[in-house]
Design a binder for this molecule. Structure first.
Ligand code: NAD
Length: 506
């Protein structure tokens, strides 16, 4: 064993959560959780065995028997407590997230906060999980609906929002009366585990929330497991499509939020300063590792002249470790991601896009081993180039031009993805035309990353989503429940009997 391997072997292990206990995996397959700014090994995460995954599902199945009968107010109060615990531990959660994922500390707090909003929403479950009633649909007959939990649900999450996305899933699944098995990203599972600890502290009973770790094999086991009724997935289009197909075939309800290529149209009448700030923030924040990151700016008409100012703005952003004060752009999550993003920038150059700003190999003092790429801007980008066709998931902004809004809308609608889009303009008419004609599920008007709050749902579309219903909000209450429709008549002694009736009527 060489020296770095010895250090890694001493790193703490990430536990599984089965039946309310944090347990050490018996697996022989482990992966290092690495600080992407320094390459320090923070922990080792297990790839759970098939028996451990079965045990987690069995514990959730058993817990469902009592949890589904737990009064809605009791369930709601757990999330009221959890939101307070998350607030109390915000700094610690953000520090953990930055250490394993790389994003800046303020952005890590944002990650936790956007998840916290869903916990607050789950605390409202009493007003969300309401059925409907129609009185006297026939003589003496009432019809009403019950929104009943499904049973064991599972969640599979990506690396880029290790707090927010698990919190999109388990609070609403559990609040609606289901039990849950979570499979966090194996790249950064530590903050997710801390959130699960807080959930137990808030009163989530043993077996109601379980966690298994792993990669492909764990995900496939979840897709195939006969006792899992529904799966929420967030991650890449390739894996999400596989999960959707495999789990649907096994009879499950599935929702998959997937990859993106988000465009923003910049009209020449837009407020220049605010628009350029918004573009730079949305393209380079979180090192471009957001599914709602802005990856293509479509500059319309005279706005094409704004490129030099955008480049100057991007140059002012500080690239450094996420814990350093004033950092704007942290590292990419892994050495593999660094290689991928750098390789795509190389291809952009080779394929003829104009490199306006080159972020490859930035000089980051004190973090020489980190996975850094600085803000990078290409202009003259067209469909057919790799930097346009692929989701780069790095701090790379592609600029395309258009003569007018129609041409810009046509470009966006021809792209297969439909996660998010934005327009920058001072014209209400242009904004309204965009809102009506754009074929993308989440639209920003002078808002660069239009991730809806939990009063609404996350409504990506086309290749960015499979399944009808989105995570959180009203849609997820429908996703995590089965509507049961009851048609009832109560007889009393005065009810006249009309004998046997063989026609279809009430
Ligand atoms: P990923 O698809 O590689 O991983 C997601 C999950 O799938 C992880 O838990 C991982 O362990 C598992 N997985 C990975 N490879 C697998 C395989 N071959 N078979 C089965 N399971 C596998 O995604 P990622 O790199 O962690 O996250 C980035 C991607 O997620 C980007 O494409 C981004 O756009 C997308 N994303 C989408 C949204 C959204 O709401 N639309 C939000 C966040 C991230």
């Amino acid at each position: 064993m060489n020296a770095p391997d010895k250090v890694a072997a001493l790193a703490p292990t990430v536990k599984l959560l089965i039946n309310g206990q944090f347990v050490e995996s018996k697996t022989t397959q482990w992966r290092d959780v690495v600080n992407p700014a320094t390459q320090q090994v923070l922990a080792r995460v297990p790839f759970a065995t098939a028996e451990e995954i079965d045990a987690a599902v069995a514990s959730a199945k058993e817990a469902f028997k009592t949890w589904k009968k737990t009064p809605i107010g009791t369930r709601a109060r757990i999330f009221l407590k959890l939101q307070q615990l998350i607030r109390d531990n915000m700094k610690e959660l953000a520090a953990l997230l930055t250490a394993e994922q790389g994003k800046t500390l303020p952005d890590a707090e944002g990650d936790v906060f956007r998840g916290l909003e869903v916990v607050e929403h789950a605390a409202n479950i009493g007003t969300l999980q309401l059925g409907e009633l129609a009185n006297n649909v026939a003589n003496g007959v009432d019809t009403y609906t019950l929104l009943q939990p499904l049973g064991v649900c599972a969640g599979i999450t990506p690396f880029n929002f290790p707090a927010m996305i698990p919190l999109w899933m388990f609070p609403m699944a559990i609040a609606t009366g289901n039990t849950f098995v979570l499979k966090p990203s194996e790249q950064d599972p530590m903050v997710t585990m801390r959130l699960c600890e807080l959930a137990l502290q808030a009163g989530v009973p043993p077996g109601v929330l379980n966690v298994v770790h792993g990669g492909e094999a764990a995900v496939n086991a979840i897709c195939d497991h006969a006792d899992i009724k529904a799966i929420s997935f967030v991650g890449s289009t390739k894996v999400g499509t596989h999960v959707y197909n495999r789990a649907s075939l096994a009879g499950k309800r599935v929702q998959c939020m997937m990859g993106a290529k988000n465009h923003a149209i910049v009209m020449p009448d837009a407020n220049k300063e605010q628009t350029l700030n918004a573009l730079a923030g949305a393209a380079f924040g979180a090192a471009g590792q957001r599914c709602m990151a802005l990856s293509v700016a479509v500059l319309v008409g005279e706005a094409r002249q704004w490129i030099p100012e955008l480049v100057e703005k991007a140059k002012t952003l500080k690239v450094s470790g996420g814990t350093e004060a004033g950092t704007d752009v942290g590292p990419l999550v892994s050495c593999a991601a660094l290689e991928r993003v750098t390789g795509l920038i190389d291809r952009g150059v080779a394929e003829g896009a104009k490199l306006e700003l080159d972020g490859r190999k930035p000089d980051v003092k004190g973090y020489e081993k980190g996975n850094f790429v600085g803000p990078t801007i290409f202009s003259g980008v067209k469909p057919g180039m790799s930097v346009y066709d692929q989701e780069i998931f790095g701090p790379v902004l592609c600029i395309a031009g258009a003569d007018d809004i129609d041409q810009a809308i046509e470009l966006i609608n021809a792209n297969p993805n439909g996660n998010g889009t934005a327009i920058f303009t001072q014209s209400g008419a242009a904004a309204r035309k965009f809102q009506e004609e754009i074929d993308v599920g989440q639209v920003g008007i002078n808002v660069p990353i239009p991730v809806p709050v939990p009063l609404f749902s996350f409504t990506g579309s086309r290749a960015s989503k499979l399944g009808d219903l989105g995570p959180y909000g009203k849609q997820v209450v429908m996703f995590y429940t089965q509507t049961k429709t009851v048609t009832a008549r109560w007889f009393d002694d005065s009810t006249t009997s009309h004998g046997v009736n063989t026609t279809i009527s009430l």
